[in-house]
Design a protein around this ligand. Sequence first.
Ligand SMILES: *Cc1c(COP(=O)(O)O)cnc(C)c1O
Length: 355
Amino acid sequence: MDIPILLCKDEQKKPIPEDSELVFGKTFTNHMFFMHYNDSKWQNPRIIPYQPFEMDPACAVLHYSQEIFEGMKAFRHPDDTINLFRPYENAERMNLSAERMCMPKLNKDLFVKAIIEVVRVDKEWVPKSPGTSLYIRPTMIASETYLGLRPSNEYYFFVILSPVGYFFKDGFKPTKAYVATENVRATPGGTGEAKTGGNYAGTLYETQKAKDLGYPQVIWLDSLERKYIDEGSAMNIIFVVDDELYTPPLIGTILPGITRKSVLELAENLGYTTHEEMLDINVLAEQIKNNQCTEAFFVGTAASITPIGEIFFKQENYTINGGEVGPITKHLYDELIGIQTGKIPDRFNWTVKVG
Ligand SMILES: *Cc1c(COP(=O)(O)O)cnc(C)c1O
C-alpha cells in the first residue's frame, strides 16, 4: 500500500511554545493532515498548513453529531527520535467507532502513514522535558450539507497535533473522584464503546457538579442498577485489591482503552494477577474502608496513569492509601512511561518510529 500524501508547507511559521508553558489541548502545530470523502471514496490525502474550515450552517455534524475521534501520543526518546505508541490500535478502534456511527472506514496503513508524515513535518514541536509529549487528534466528521437524518455521504478526516505537558497541572499526584449516582454516561446498546463526541457532551453536566464540590474526575456507574463501575469520563479505571488488579470488562458501555489494555498486559508481564470483572461500588467502598482495596487509578492516553487518592460516594469520602500514590500504581507508571519515552527497552514492540 503506498498512497501518496501531498505536502503543502506552511511558510508563516508560528513560534513553538516553551515546554514550561504547555497546557493540554490549547496550542496546535503548523500543519494538519486532511482528506475528504465523497463519491464513496477518500480523496486527495494531503498535509496542509493548520487552518480553520469553512462549513455550511446545515452541515450534518453540527446537527446530529455524526463524528468520531482518536487520541494518541508521540514521544521524544533520549536518542532524539520521535516514536508513536501503538498507532495500529488506534486505527483499529477508529474503524470500530466508524462502523457504529455509520461512517466510512479508513485504510489502517494510510491512517498510520498520515500520522507519521504529519508528525514528521512538525517534529520540532515534539517537546523534550519529562512528562511532555505531542498529543495527536485524528477526527472524522460528517460534512454533507443536509438536514435529513441519515448517514452523511461526505466526510472530512483530519489529524491535528498539540504539544502537551502533564495532563494534570500538579503532575503525578493523586486526584479525587466523584461517583455519579444519578446520571449515566452510557447504556447497554448505546454508543459508549465508540469514541464519538456525544458521549462526552453528555458527561459535562455531572462533571461540572463534581468539580464544584472539589472533585476533578467522575466515576460512572452502570445504567441499569447504578451499582457496577464503568469508567471515568475519558479514562478507564483499575483498582488494586489484595495486591491484584481489577477492572470492569468491555461489555459495550466502556471505551476499550489502549492504555487499559497495555497496563493489563504490562501487569501480567510483571507478575501481577489481573481480573476483568463487574465491580460493585458498594463492595469496593467496603474494601477501601477495611484496607483491602489499597490503590486505584485511571488509565488513558491523555494522562497515562492517574492515581486516585479519594473517592466520594453517597455523601461519604473514601481515602485510598492515605491519599498517596501506591507502590503498584507507581511501578506500572514507571514501566509504561519508561517504554513510551524510550528509557526502558520496548520488549512488547509497542513503539513505532516516526524518524
Ligand atoms: C479515550 C478514552 C479512554 C482511554 O483510551 P486510551 O486509548 O487509553 O486513550 C477511556 N475512556 C473513554 C471514555 C475514552 O474516551
